[in-house]
Design a protein around this ligand. Structure first.
Ligand SMILES: *[C@@H]1O[C@H](CO)[C@@H](O)[C@H](O)[C@H]1NC(C)=O
Ligand SMILES: *[C@@H]1O[C@H](CO)[C@@H](O)[C@H](O)[C@H]1NC(C)=O
Ligand SMILES: *[C@@H]1O[C@H](CO)[C@@H](O)[C@H](O)[C@H]1NC(C)=O
Ligand SMILES: *[C@@H]1O[C@H](CO)[C@@H](O)[C@H](O)[C@H]1NC(C)=O
Ligand SMILES: *[C@@H]1O[C@H](CO)[C@@H](O)[C@H](O)[C@H]1NC(C)=O
Ligand SMILES: *[C@@H]1O[C@H](CO)[C@@H](O)[C@H](O)[C@H]1NC(C)=O
Ligand SMILES: *[C@@H]1O[C@H](CO)[C@@H](O)[C@H](O)[C@H]1NC(C)=O
Ligand SMILES: *[C@@H]1O[C@H](CO)[C@@H](O)[C@H](O)[C@H]1NC(C)=O
Ligand SMILES: *[C@@H]1O[C@H](CO)[C@@H](O)[C@H](O)[C@H]1NC(C)=O
Ligand SMILES: *[C@@H]1O[C@H](CO)[C@@H](O)[C@H](O)[C@H]1NC(C)=O
Ligand SMILES: *[C@@H]1O[C@H](CO)[C@@H](O)[C@H](O)[C@H]1NC(C)=O
Ligand SMILES: *[C@@H]1O[C@H](CO)[C@@H](O)[C@H](O)[C@H]1NC(C)=O
Length: 611
């Protein structure tokens, strides 16, 4: 991330001609029109007994009816085959819960932030749960991804999830590395991979990089010209688009005549075949709102959190944007983000890259003072942006969203009176893993698989901090959320190695309201390997060889379990891990069906549960 320091030096020659316009700029510019008759821009969820949006409700109920029963059966087959191969017998209730649609668990998968690292580690972990991967299927973990109801991301994992969905759910191998080598397919129809060999901020030599930054600024000019604020998040979203949204290949990377993913909106993904088929877990990404009146007593104190836990977390999904947090309890249609009122509707604001940037842009961490910010890696870009577009009063380090909730929830929503809602990276309140959307009771999620890749310690490994933050937040907002009990001291996480291997939380809760948490973290390298997954969150370049090494190692971490001593005296992966995972996945529904834990599941839960 040294690029923009260099760019600052060149500022004299890098000012944007004010007439510049390009294909991406046109596609990035939101459009105004009269709202369709009957449009309502606010849906109140109700503060305590909350309701889901009708489109989400329909997606989930259709998926549960038409897709999930077969997905759970095929997962059962995978884990059953694995058990047989190990000469183990699954308790009868495991088969019953997985094969009877009325008893199927409601599974959510949450992936933490952590930049390129989290995107890649998250992808490998999902690959380990993906029935399309034969290794995962043979192992008995494959199929859970297909059986999940929800998947949530923030920051780096929002890049992953949005990229995955907009590419119509290719395999993770194809998503990251592309399929360009497959000569039987034409190139236009391929997502060419994440192109991490191009730096997010300085993708070529100095001249190319200067031109590149110019083109990012040009990309956002149309949006500015029609009256919207443009901030670092817009510009950042435009560079993210060149990696995580269709339309950019190594050959056309610097071509300014094409849109580079501009115009691909979150709401438009509803028409993709995979979504029409209800073929993926419902995707949600989150961002933190910065309020004008922060509650400083609610700042999470184990990380450098800058957003209090009591600020609303904003979620973006394909249909709606808003928050179930009781301070706000309201949503607006995602396709009309940016609208001034319910007679004039804006479309084209909800660009995928922009939403990835709003969820995943860590700029405010540099903004401890104007001087520190100016000297930071984004200082140069900020100066250029500020010199190109005159916008007094706009906070340039945050996304600036025309406030859909202006005047709403005056007594509880601190930003009710603000025309612009400011949003920053979803990890900045300390809840680095997006649990919140999965805790919404109306969603009925009873089991959460969390993939935590936050760089909590000096070695950039995870130590459970985001789980502690989430528990703290859920306890502040206990009128609507329940979270399993987890140790609140980092010392306990360390001494009990809770992030160094998978751990289950909430096993002994007797309430179905409290989800069971299956926690898998980037806490240590896998057995016998030299660590490669613990790189910095702020890397801006991530060449395919590095992505490959991390992808492979992450798969091992996600499938290792708690290593065991085998009969030859060697420590090895826990062969029973896939079975133990299944035991945890069914456990809440076992409780509901009145069965007692038994057999292999009793010993698995003894081994993997924290209590
Ligand atoms: C499945 O995933 C493993 C681990 O990443 C990988 O080695 C293998 O090539 C994948 N198989 C397919 C068919 O994608
Ligand atoms: C190439 O694409 C075709 C058509 O989608 C597919 O059948 C084939 O398996 C792919 N080959 C490889 C090596 O990925
Ligand atoms: C992106 O490309 C994939 C093919 O790689 C295609 O299936 C998908 O529909 C495209 N998505 C959009 C939003 O155009
Ligand atoms: C960069 O641009 C300058 C001025 O146009 C030119 O003199 C120089 O040769 C260029 N450098 C590269 C590496 O293209
Ligand atoms: C971009 O478009 C302009 C004008 O149509 C053309 O002159 C130029 O060659 C194009 N550039 C590329 C890289 O295609
Ligand atoms: C401020 O945060 C504390 C928890 O740290 C919480 O108890 C209190 O209700 C919050 N106040 C408001 C106004 O949100
Ligand atoms: C951090 O916050 C927790 C929960 O609010 C509190 O119990 C603890 O005392 C605080 N620690 C410090 C050092 O302020
Ligand atoms: C709605 O917004 C448009 C554009 O800002 C404005 O011209 C119009 O007067 C507004 N209508 C109402 C009813 O406020
Ligand atoms: C932006 O430019 C104005 C002058 O046009 C200056 O007063 C202000 O300090 C600049 N802000 C930043 C963040 O550079
Ligand atoms: C930095 O943060 C302060 C508030 O602490 C804000 O007023 C200022 O606008 C921010 N700077 C930029 C460039 O966003
Ligand atoms: C990753 O962990 C290894 C120890 O397993 C350590 O030597 C290395 O410095 C760590 N990398 C980073 C970037 O902290
Ligand atoms: C909680 O469940 C575990 C795993 O089944 C069991 O070993 C432990 O005794 C239970 N603890 C309590 C307090 O019930």
């Amino acid at each position: 991330m040294h690029a923009l320091v260099i760019i600052a030096v060149y500022i004299g020659i890098a000012l944007l001609p004010t007439t510049a316009q390009n294909a991406a700029s046109d596609a990035f510019t939101p459009k105004f029109d009269y709202c369709p008759p009957g449009t309502s821009l606010i849906r109140s969820t109700g503060a305590t007994s909350q309701t889901l949006g009708p489109d989400e409700e329909r997606y989930i109920s259709t998926r549960k009816r038409d897709v999930l029963p077969a997905a759970w059966s095929s997962y059962l087959q995978n884990v059953g085959n694995r058990a047989k191969a190990l000469d183990l017998e699954l308790p009868e209730y495991v088969s019953r819960v997985l094969s009877m649609p009325g008893l199927n668990p409601s599974l959510g998968i949450a992936i933490s932030g952590g930049g390129w690292k989290a995107a890649t580690f998250g992808a490998a972990s999902l690959n380990a749960l993906d029935s399309r991967n034969q290794t995962a299927t043979k192992l008995g973990t494959g199929g859970l991804l297909q059986a999940a109801s929800y998947m949530t991301g923030l920051s780096g994992s929002s890049w992953l999830l949005m990229s995955l969905v907009q590419a119509n759910f290719p395999t993770f191998e194809e998503l990251i590395f592309g399929t360009a080598s497959n000569a039987t397919q034409s190139k236009e129809n391929l997502f060419p991979g994440w192109l991490g060999q191009f730096d997010l901020l300085q993708p070529g030599n100095t001249n190319q990089s200067l031109d590149f930054v110019q083109s990012l600024l040009t990309d956002v000019k149309g949006k500015f010209d029609v009256g919207f604020p443009v901030t670092l998040i817009d510009v950042w979203g435009r560079t993210l688009s060149r990696h995580f949204v269709n339309g950019t290949t190594p050959e056309n990377f610097f071509d300014t005549n094409i849109t580079h993913g501009a115009g691909v909106t979150l709401s438009s993904l509803a028409s993709l075949p995979i979504f029409q088929d209800h073929g993926i877990p419902f995707p949600i990404v989150v961002s933190d709102s910065i309020s004008t009146a922060p509650n400083t007593s609610a700042l999470f104190n184990l990380t450098g959190a800058v957003v209090p836990l009591t600020n609303p977390i904003l979620e973006f999904n394909i249909f709606e944007t808003g928050s179930y947090d009781p301070m706000l309890s309201a949503f607006t249609p995602t396709k009309f983000l940016g609208s001034p009122n319910d007679s004039v509707c804006v479309t084209g604001f909800d660009q995928v890259g922009y939403i990835q940037g709003s969820s995943g842009g860590l700029f405010s961490i540099f903004n401890t003072s104007a001087e520190t910010l100016a000297a930071s890696p984004v200082g140069g870009l900020l100066t250029l942006l500020n010199a190109t577009f005159t916008q007094p009063g706009i906070r340039l380090d945050a996304a600036a969203l025309p406030n859909p909730f202006f005047g709403h929830a005056k007594d509880t929503f601190a930003d009710s009176g603000e025309k612009i809602l400011r949003l920053i990276d979803g990890a900045e309140n300390g809840e680095g893993t997006p649990y919140q959307p999965l805790l919404v009771k109306a969603r009925g999620v009873d089991t959460i698989i969390a993939i935590d890749v936050q760089g909590d310690n000096a070695l950039e490994f995870t130590e459970g901090l985001s789980v502690i933050a989430s528990q703290e937040r859920a306890s502040i907002l206990s009128s609507v959320y329940s979270f399993p009990s987890v140790p609140t001291s980092v010392e306990t996480w360390r001494s009990e190695n809770l992030a160094k291997h998978p751990t289950f939380f909430g096993c002994n809760s007797t309430s179905r309201d409290v989800p069971l948490l299956i926690y898998i973290a980037n806490g240590a390298p896998p057995l016998g390997q030299v660590a490669v997954t613990n790189v910095s969150t702020t890397l801006t370049i991530f060449p395919p060889e590095q992505a490959r090494a991390i992808f492979d190692q992450s798969f091992d971490i996600a499938t290792q379990g708690i290593p065991v001593l085998n009969m030859f005296g060697y420590i090895e992966k826990d062969p029973e891990w896939p079975i133990c995972l299944a035991c945890a996945v069914v456990d809440r529904m076992r409780l509901k069906s009145g069965a007692q834990r038994s057999g292999i599941c009793a010993s698995c839960l003894d081994r993997y549960c924290w209590s």
